[in-house]
Design a protein around this ligand. Structure first.
Ligand code: MN
Length: 378
């Protein structure tokens, strides 16, 4: 099989290349945001037909680096969309943030099967994405570990017979913290996750529980669930990656040691399964598994996401963009940690979203939310 990988220098991208090496999958195209040094290294190893750098100011540098190779060098949003439309067996979208939305749409329009790790795509544009995927008969397989778990639990079952999705959450770096304690946490603390090794944005999202909020919306869109059918459960051990309850009361869960190569591998090879390289789970050595309700009084991003989920697609776009802007400000030391969730809630309250859903209104509402957040920074 041959694939296009968007976001090849990030955490999911690198682990996808690990899976690719293991299964001898052919790489048609690779794209990064700005790390051309890494892209050059990857291009020499995987010899793709196309490479793309999103940041256009890096284009000449990349072109020079690869001058001796037979590879087409693309750049910018247009390059990313062209790459997503290349004839291939699957596009793996591991771009971080809203930049992933248009390539997702481009892949669908050209009929390419999608393995989706970009959760903002479904959080901000899920209604549109799923509608077009259905119309174009394009299959979307989730890479996010929870959604991969749900996807696996549902496979072989009547998709309409599930009654509840149980979305598990690690609880993030600040599990057990009070509102007051959150006021003094540092960037270093927020960038530490006990169970998963991830990129900066998703690790911060995990600490605010916004990650679970985005995943709540992601699950709704991917599996056609109503908001009231999704239950978020804090599970500190990250062994049960999520579960599904069916009409007869059965709950099917997917378990394993936390290792992203499992959901990535499954997305690439499903319904088949191959050796992933992941450590085996010993149930007797694992000991107790705990499950509890999330603290939504302290971690107010999660109830905000649920509110947006009920309100509709463009409210979700506002929520997602406000969060993206707030997290970026936090990572640039322009915002305190606890203000991220306050600003997300404020934006949701004060930015009025369009009623109709299109690529244009999604971007309009996202831009309004970003403006709103920027206006609140010092
Ligand atoms: Mn996840």
């Amino acid at each position: 099989m041959n694939i296009v990988l968007l976001g090849s220098s990030g955490s999911i991208g690198l682990q996808t290349l690990d899976v690719v090496r293991r299964h001898k999958i052919k790489i048609e195209g690779l794209a990064v945001r700005s790390d051309v040094k890494m892209l050059e290294y990857q291009a020499r190893e995987f010899k793709p037909r196309f490479v793309c750098v999103y940041d256009e100011s890096c284009y000449m540098d990349l072109k020079t680096r690869l001058a001796d190779m037979r590879v087409e060098v693309l750049c910018g949003k247009a390059g990313l969309c062209k790459l997503a439309s290349v004839d291939c067996d699957m596009v793996v979208n591991a771009v971080v943030g809203m930049a992933g939305l248009e390539p997702t749409i481009a892949a669908i329009e050209s009929g390419n099967k999608l393995a989706l790790a970009n959760k903002e795509t479904l959080a901000a544009g899920g209604e549109l994405v799923m509608k077009r995927a259905e119309e174009k008969n394009v299959k979307i397989v989730p890479i996010d570990s929870e959604h991969s778990a749900i996807f696996q639990c549902l496979s072989g079952n009547n998709k309409n017979s599930f009654t509840k999705i149980i979305l598990t959450a690690s609880g993030g770096a600040f599990y057990g913290y009070s509102k007051d304690m959150l006021k003094t946490v540092t960037k270093e603390q927020a960038l530490h996750n006990p169970n998963w090794n991830m990129g900066g944005k998703v690790t911060v999202d995990s600490a605010t529980l916004m990650n679970k909020g985005l995943e709540f919306i992601e699950a709704m869109r991917l599996f056609g669930a109503k908001p009231e059918q999704i239950e978020v459960v804090v599970h500190r051990q990250s062994i049960v990656h999520s579960a599904v309850e069916f009409a007869d009361g059965s709950i099917i869960a997917q378990m394993g040691v936390p290792d992203m190569r499992v959901p990535i591998g499954y997305a690439l090879t499903e319904p088949l399964r191959f050796e992933s390289g992941a450590k085996r789970l010993s149930l007797t050595e694992t000991g107790n598994l705990t499950f509890e309700e999330p603290d939504e009084e302290t971690f107010i991003c999660l109830p905000a996401a649920k509110k947006a989920a009920v309100a509709g697609n463009n409210a979700c776009a506002v929520l997602n963009a406000a969060n993206e802007a707030a997290v970026a400000a936090f990572l640039e030391d322009k915002l305190e940690f606890y203000r991220i969730s306050e600003l997300v809630n404020d934006a949701l309250e004060n930015v009025s979203a369009n009623k109709s859903v299109s690529l244009q209104t999604i971007f309009e509402d996202s831009a309004a939310a970003i403006e709103y957040v920027k206006g609140k920074l010092k």
